[in-house]
Structure formats: structure tokens, C-alpha cells
Design a protein around this ligand. Structure first.
Ligand SMILES: Cc1ncc(COP(=O)(O)O)c(C=O)c1O
Length: 394
């Protein structure tokens, strides 16, 4: 299937389907006619095989309590081992209704009220809330930023860990919104620091399958042949990969027996950690049949990104387009183009776009915007054209 065929087959109108991204524009942005380039889901239908499997399941007509089939574990393990050299054993896997829910559970299972949890900013805004709303101390360390490229400042991270006696590091890998796919050297460095100070790493790897640049995605649990497996809890889902977020199905992978015992004890206290039958059905089909669809999707995202980068570089070099090694969410540094105080009016009032603003991801990132590129190329084109045209009037 070529790109055009993929677009024709899978692009779908979402307005009027109780879709957060489109149908909440009025309530969130005060204007229902903006082009929604915010929240992280897509305008693409999920692969046919997923839809067919769900229809078949629905036709059976019973939605009772469900177990996880051997086939499911095999599909998950095969996907992870073929792509990321991480053959997942069944006994390492638990389930939840969402990755942020998992992070909240881990905070409760492995830290005490008042304990410090580290995040590297700018980062997905619920990482901030999940720490503070659960009564833990939030320690934020900014990533270093240089001409659209973010890197970790190990010295600052180590200092923050020591000074605040950090107990947990909530890692984003690949990192939303900075678009980095951390290299093995980078992961090795940060994990070694965490190990040195006995910091548990909860690694949110929800964006693992959307990798566009040269760095391959490496699960933290397999870095250096699994050297850090005893301090890493992996959180993942097929929801970003196949546009399944509404099914509320995610994985918790814990390779260390002691950590798993602690988690299981905590989970018993919650009584119910069973799975959504549709989430299981869809995820298994995605992992067994979704590879080709995913390659097509990545082609669209890559083309959208290359177009945006080239156009803005040529016609509006005051805007820095950050690197996009992974995820479908790109940061634009607008600070040379327009004062941060006028940015919202410019983006919404003049360019007619709904985006996420940098300060949601970290207080020092006002003046950045995040755009979602997993969409129809025509929206990306309009967005770019509007930004260029409106900037010329400033
Ligand atoms: C890094 C990251 N984690 C988690 C989520 C949300 O996951 P869930 O809906 O499973 O809580 C997102 C959504 O954009 C995300 O970017």
C-alpha cells in the first residue's frame, strides 16, 4: 500500500463522535473551528484486523470477566523481542487501564507520602500532576536545550537526586514532548545514576513504536544486557501505536521478583486489576497484524514532519523546529518569532490552531508549542501556511 492509498483508506472524520480532540475545541479553546493539533491521538482508523477482531468479539455478545490468553502473551512478547530484543515472560506482565494510572499506582506501591519523585522537563503534563496530586514532592530538572535539541544534564540530575533524596524517577522514553529517542549511552548514564542512589525508575515507554530517526528505541529494562532490570518498571501500551487510547489498556512489566512481590501486594489491596476485553482483543491483533499499517503511518508522520521543517526553515527561520526522533508530537520554539505573552492570541486567534503550550510541560518552556503530526497532511499544510502568513504580518 502506498502513502496515498493509506491516507484514502484510513483517514476518517472524527468530529461529532464524542472525540475529545475535535468535539472539545469549544470547551477547551473557546472556538470549535480551530484545527486541532493538540492531544495525542490521530485521525487514522486503526488497522482493519483490529476492527474485525473487535466486531467479531462484539458479535459474540458477552462481555464478562476475561482472562488473558497464551496467544496474547505470545503476541506481546514476539512484538517486543523482534523489535526491541525484549522477550517478555508472562510472569513479568500485569495490566492497567492507562499508563498514567500505572504511574500513580507505582507511586503508591513504592514510595511514601512526602517522598521525592524526579521528572525531566519539559515533559507530558500528567507526570507533574500524578506526583503532586498523590502527595509526593515533585523534583523537576530541565533538559538542556540547544538549537531544537534536548539532552540530559547528568550533573544537575545527580545533584537533584542527592539533595532531595529522590526515591523514584519517572522517565519518558521516547520523550514527549521533546521528540528524543534516548540513545543507549544516554540511558546507560541516567540508569547508572539511579542505580547508584537506589532510585526506582518507572519508565513510560508508551511512544516506543513511533521511531523516526536513527536512534533505535531501547527499553530501559534491556539496557546493558538487563543490568538495570532490578530498578526498572516498564509502563507501555499499544494505544499510541494503533490509536486505541479510548480502550484503556496498558502493560506493567516488572522483571525483578522482589519488585513484583511489592507490586502484587499493593494490587491485592486494590482488589480489581483485570483487563478490558476489547483492549486485550485490539492489542493482540495489533501486535500480530499491525506491522504494515504502522510502517505506513510512520511514513505519513515522517513526511508531515519533513514538510513542516523544510517550509519553516526556508520561510520562517525565526521558528526553530525541534528534532523528531520519535513520537508524533513536535515542539516548535516560537520565542524568536513572537513574544510569549502574545503567543496564544497568535496561534488561536490568527493561525486558527489548537495546540499545547510549552509552559504546560515545564515552567521554563513558555514560548514553545507542541503540534500533533499524526493527522491529515492537509491540516499540517494549513497550519504551516497560517503560521508563515501570520508571522509576516507581525
Ligand atoms: C508519555 C505519555 N504517557 C502517557 C500518556 C497517556 O497514556 P494513558 O492514556 O494510557 O494514561 C501519554 C499520552 O499522550 C503520553 O504521551
Amino acid at each position: 500500500m502506498n502513502k496515498q492509498e493509506f491516507l484514502e483508506k484510513y483517514l476518517i472524520e472524527r468530529r461529532g463522535t464524542d472525540c475529545f480532540k475535535w468535539d472539545e475545541l469549544e470547551s477547551r479553546y473557546g472556538d470549535p473551528n480551530l484545527i486541532p493539533m493538540w492531544i495525542a491521538d490521530m485521525e487514522f482508523k486503526t488497522p482493519d484486523q483490529i476492527i474485525e477482531a473487535m466486531v467479531e468479539r462484539a458479535k459474540h455478545g458477552v462481555f464478562g470477566y476475561s482472562s488473558v490468553s497464551e496467544e496474547y502473551y505470545k503476541a506481546f512478547s514476539d512484538w517486543m523481542s523482534e523489535r526491541y530484543h525484549f522477550p517478555i515472560k508472562k510472569e513479568w506482565v500485569r495490566f492497567s487501564t492507562g499508563c498514567i494510572t500505572v504511574i500513580a499506582w507505582m507511586i503508591h506501591a513504592f514510595t511514601n507520602p512526602g517522598d521525592a519523585c524526579l521528572i525531566l522537563t519539559p515533559v507530558y503534563y500528567p507526570f507533574h500532576n500524578v506526583v503532586t496530586s498523590n502527595g509526593r514532592e515533585l523534583v523537576s530538572v530541565d533538559l538542556d536545550y540547544n538549537e531544537g535539541y534536548f539532552t540530559m544534564n547528568y550533573e544537575a540530575i545527580e545533584k537533584a537526586i542527592v539533595e532531595n533524596q529522590v526515591k523514584m524517577f519517572i522517565q519518558c522514553s521516547p520523550h514527549n514532548p521533546v521528540g528524543r529517542v534516548w540513545s543507549e549511552e544516554e540511558l546507560e548514564e541516567i540508569l547508572a545514576i539511579c542505580k547508584k542512589y537506589n532510585v526506582l525508575v518507572v519508565s513510560d515507554e508508551i511512544h516506543q513504536d513511533i521511531v523516526l530517526g536513527e536512534n533505535p528505541f531501547i527499553p530501559s529494562a534491556v539496557v546493558s544486557d538487563g543490568l538495570y532490570g532490578d530498578i526498572v518498571i516498564t509502563v507501555s501500551s499499544a494505544s499510541k501505536t494503533f490509536n486505541l487510547a479510548g480502550l484503556l489498556h496498558s502493560h506493567i512489566v516488572i522483571t525483578n521478583e522482589n519488585l513484583m512481590k511489592i507490586y502484587d501486594k499493593f494490587a491485592r489491596g486494590m482488589n480489581r486489576t483485570e483487563m478490558n476485553i476489547m483492549g486485550l482483543t485490539a492489542t493482540m491483533k495489533g501486535y500480530t497484524h499491525g506491522g504494515e499499517w504502522l510502517s505506513n503511518l510512520m511514513g505519513v508522520i515522517r513526511d508531515n514532519y519533513n514538510y513542516l521543517k523544510k517550509e519553516l526553515h526556508e520561510k520562517l527561520p525565526d521558528v526553530t523546529v525541534c528534532a523528531l526522533e520519535g513520537t508524533y508530537l513536535v515542539l516548535l520554539d516560537m520565542r524568536k518569532c513572537i513574544e510569549a505573552e502574545r503567543l496564544v492570541e497568535f496561534i488561536q486567534g490568527r493561525c486558527h490552531l489548537a495546540v499545547d503550550y510549552g509552559e504546560c510541560f515545564g515552567e521554563n518552556f513558555k514560548g514553545f508549542i507542541r503540534l500533533n503530526l499524526a493527522t491529515d497532511p492537509k491540516y499540517v499544510k494549513t497550519a504551516v501556511e497560517n503560521i508563515i502568513a501570520e508571522a509576516s504580518k507581525l
